[in-house]
Write a protein of this length. Structure first.
Length: 291
C-alpha cells in the first residue's frame, strides 16, 4: 500500500511539474500591434530589438530608451522578458515569416536595430529562467506535495485503531494519562502468579534499586516493573508524588502541608503509612485537594 501511494505522489508531481513548465511562458497580456503599426514604429526609428519566434510566427518588439520618452509610449508597461534584451513592449503575429523578413529588409530604421531568431523555448533559456523555475517548483510541486503528504498522514491516522478514550488525571506535570481498566495487579511468587486487586494496593515505592507494592494489610511485595512503567500502566487513581513513590489516591486518609512545597500523605492502610512528596510533584499533589 505504501509503495502504491508513493507512486501516486510521484505521478501527481510529474503532472504538476509539466503544468508549471507550460505555464512559465503564459500569463502575459501582451500589447498586440498590427503590421501597419509595426512599420510605422520601425520607420520612425522607435524599435531597438526584434525577437523572431519562428515556431509561433510571433515577433517580440523592444523600443529604444529614447522612444520610451515619447508621450504616446509613456504609459507603456513592459509585458515580458527575452533572454537577449530583457523587457519587451509589443507582440505581433505574422502569417508569412519569410515575407516579413523581406519587408523589414526593404524598410529603413534611422536609429538601427538588433534582431535575433529562435523558437518559443529559446527565449526562456537565459539567466531569467532560474527564478521562474524556482517559482514553478515551489508553487506547483513543493506546496501540492506537502498537502498530499499531509493528506496521506491524515488518512493513516483515521485508519489507525483507537486505543480508547484519553482523560486528564492527576499525573506528573499535568500530562494526559490514558484511562486504564486494570482491576487486578499480577504478582509473581516463585512459579506462581497471584493477582492483587488494585483497590487493595496502597502504594508503590522504590528502594535499593527495587520496586515494591505495599498493600492495605501493610505487606510488601517485590514487583518486576520500574516506577516509570507502573506510572504508564496503572489506572488514573495512581499518582506519582515522588520520584520514588506512586500512591493510590483513593486510599488517602489525610494530607499535611510541609515547608518547601512538600506534603505528608497518610494512607488508609493497616499501618497508616506516610509518604513524603517531592517538590517537583507539588502540582499533581495539589490537584488531589480539588473536588
Amino acid at each position: 500500500m505504501r509503495k502504491k501511494r508513493t507512486i501516486l505522489v510521484v505521478i501527481l508531481n510529474i503532472l504538476l511539474i509539466s503544468i508549471a513548465y507550460l505555464s512559465l511562458d503564459l500569463g502575459y497580456n501582451p500589447n498586440v500591434i498590427s503590421e501597419e503599426q509595426f512599420e510605422e514604429m520601425f520607420t520612425q526609428g522607435d524599435i531597438a530589438f526584434l525577437n523572431i519566434v519562428n515556431d509561433q510566427n510571433l515577433i517580440r518588439v523592444k523600443l529604444h530608451e529614447q522612444a520610451l520618452q515619447y508621450p504616446k509610449y509613456q504609459d507603456l508597461t513592459p509585458i515580458g522578458k527575452t533572454s537577449f534584451s530583457g523587457n519587451y513592449h509589443f507582440e505581433m503575429e505574422v502569417t508569412d515569416m519569410n515575407a516579413f523578413r523581406d519587408r523589414i529588409n526593404q524598410l529603413n530604421n534611422p536609429r538601427g536595430y538588433s534582431i535575433i531568431e529562435g523558437n518559443s523555448t529559446s527565449s526562456l533559456l537565459g539567466w531569467e529562467i532560474a527564478p521562474l523555475l524556482i517559482y514553478g517548483l515551489v508553487l506547483y510541486v513543493v506546496i501540492p506535495g506537502l498537502f498530499i503528504y499531509l493528506a496521506i498522514l491524515g488518512i493513516r491516522r483515521l485508519r489507525r485503531p483507537s486505543s480508547g478514550p484519553i482523560v486528564l488525571s492527576q499525573h506528573t506535570n499535568g500530562y494526559a494519562k490514558p484511562e486504564k481498566d486494570l482491576r487486578n495487579f499480577p504478582l509473581k511468587l516463585g512459579d506462581r502468579t497471584v493477582f492483587k486487586p488494585t483497590e487493595e494496593i496502597a502504594c508503590f515505592y522504590a528502594q535499593d534499586n527495587h520496586v515494591y507494592l505495599y498493600d492495605t494489610d501493610g505487606k510488601e511485595h517485590l514487583v518486576e516493573y520500574t516506577l516509570a512503567d507502573l506510572e504508564a500502566k496503572l489506572p488514573k487513581q495512581f499518582v506519582r508524588v515522588h520520584r520514588s513513590s506512586i500512591i493510590n489516591s483513593y486510599l488517602i486518609q489525610e494530607i499535611k502541608k510541609q515547608p518547601g512545597s512538600r506534603f505528608i500523605i497518610k494512607l488508609r492502610d493497616t499501618n497508616h503509612k506516610e509518604i513524603i512528596t517531592g517538590q517537583s510533584y507539588a502540582a499533581p499533589v495539589k490537584q488531589l485537594f480539588e473536588i
